[in-house]
Design a protein around this ligand. Structure first.
Ligand code: NAG
Ligand code: NAG
Ligand code: NAG
Length: 389
């Protein structure tokens, strides 16, 4: 079973490659140098999502909770807003956040205000500047033309209910503004994951993003390798090597090998996907979920089909064949659609999408060559029999 070991090694190597995306956090990095000019910060961190950067300074000598903070993120349109805030609730999330929101208006004007984000904001009510319980001084906002970064900074005095060793902070970026009012942001995975609990003193973080991101990556890899690659290869083997154009005696062995591994990896990834779905209370990716359930059901039916396969001589065998093939081809279509849907949700590097496109093009070329070969062979054979008669 050396091919099996090879497969496992390949997958593990692929996974470890994706996990080594270190988060640099030195304030001397180029991205942070402009922040240091505005406000004194000693610690810096690239936040996991939305290309956001966060720098802060905490003075241990003062016993009140006064901190300098600086936050910046890239705007993707002429106008837009960036937000950063703290949340006194037990968990970091949007509702309850006391935020600083910097707005860049279409005419280039920038404004910075404080906002109290409530349940009403979440259901779509207007969000207007308001006082917050956090003391805010030295507010500053700046737009950097060359990098499209909108940067906000301030000195904050946090009320007693906040804990600097366990601070829930939340950030966001949006592209729509109306005067001094930030409008609804996009709801991609990155937007909803933009929260974490940070220890400003030791710099340790617990972010939803880090935990979930690894699981989602593994989910994506297992499903792409299992359902997206092995399963179609198994189908190609069955279609072209069973009998015609090529009769390969061990085709069945390879077909089963591919499909059992496709099912095992795919189902493992599927269970991870379902777990992720259950644990994301605030959002849902419905199409991806429904297609995933259809794929799991169809592939389970395909596996069960083997147990119910009629004998070759049996009359019903031809119906079984039609059913098995029809379900198999439909499955491939649904899988490809859902792989691309999943990639668009996860938004990993563009490499993912183009790698999968590359694999599909390769498989399609193989199918095309084999199909042409089948027809040539078929016509030759037909001519031969016609010449004989
Ligand atoms: C907290 O301490 C700093 C430094 O000593 C001081 O400047 C600031 O006014 C204090 N803030 C409050 C709310 O006491
Ligand atoms: C901000 O909103 C919360 C409800 O989410 C409310 O309890 C709090 O008093 C508000 N703060 C201010 C300063 O209005
Ligand atoms: C702040 O959080 C840390 C870490 O969880 C905890 O050890 C500490 O007791 C907390 N401090 C307060 C005042 O709650």
């Amino acid at each position: 079973m050396s091919s099996l070991q090879g497969l496992v090694v390949l997958i593990l190597a692929f996974i470890s490659l994706l996990f080594t995306s270190a988060q640099s956090s030195s304030c001397n990095d180029q991205g942070f140098s402009f922040m240091k000019k505005r406000i004194s910060i000693t610690k810096c961190k690239n936040l996991g999502t939305l290309e956001a950067k966060f720098g802060w300074d905490y003075n241990e000598k003062t016993h009140n909770k006064t901190i300098n903070v600086c936050f910046g993120a890239r705007l993707h349109a002429v106008a837009g807003w960036v937000a950063w805030g703290v949340n006194p609730c037990p968990r970091p999330h949007m509702v309850g956040t006391r935020a600083l929101i910097g707005i860049k208006q279409p005419n280039g004007l920038v404004v910075l205000n404080t906002f109290n984000i409530t349940r009403d904001t979440k259901i779509g009510c207007r969000l207007l500047p308001s006082d917050i319980e956090v003391g805010v001084h030295n507010q500053h906002i700046e737009y950097l033309e060359e990098t499209s970064f909108l940067i906000i900074s301030a000195t904050l005095t946090l009320p007693p209910e906040y804990n600097l060793s366990k601070l829930n902070h939340v950030w966001q970026v949006g592209s729509h503004v109306e005067d001094i009012e930030p409008k609804m942001h996009a709801v991609t995975l990155q937007n909803v994951d933009s929260t974490e609990t940070i220890d400003l003193i030791s710099e340790e973080t617990q972010s939803i993003w880090h935990q979930r991101h690894h699981l989602r990556t593994v989910h994506g890899i297992l499903n792409i390798v299992g359902w997206g690659v092995l399963l179609p290869i198994g189908v190609i083997i069955a279609r072209y090597f069973r009998n015609f154009p090529v009769k390969y005696s061990r085709w069945y062995h390879f077909h089963i090998f591919c499909q059992v591994w496709a099912f095992t990896l795919g189902s493992t990834g599927w269970f991870m996907g379902m777990w992720l779905g259950r644990h994301s209370k605030f959002y849902e990716f419905r199409t991806h979920r429904i297609l995933g359930i259809i794929i799991f059901t169809f592939s389970t039916l395909q596996m069960l089909a083997f147990l119910l396969k009629p004998e070759k001589k049996d009359e019903s065998r031809q119906y079984w064949d039609i059913y098995h093939h029809f379900l198999g081809y439909s499955l491939i279509v649904v899988i490809i659609v859902n792989v691309f849907d999943g990639i668009s949700i996860l938004q990993p590097s563009q490499n993912w999408k183009w790698s999968y496109v590359g694999i599909l093009v390769l498989l399609a070329s193989i199918v095309l060559v084999l199909e042409v070969f089948t027809w040539i062979k078929f016509i030759k054979k037909k001519n031969k029999t016609e010449n004989k008669t």
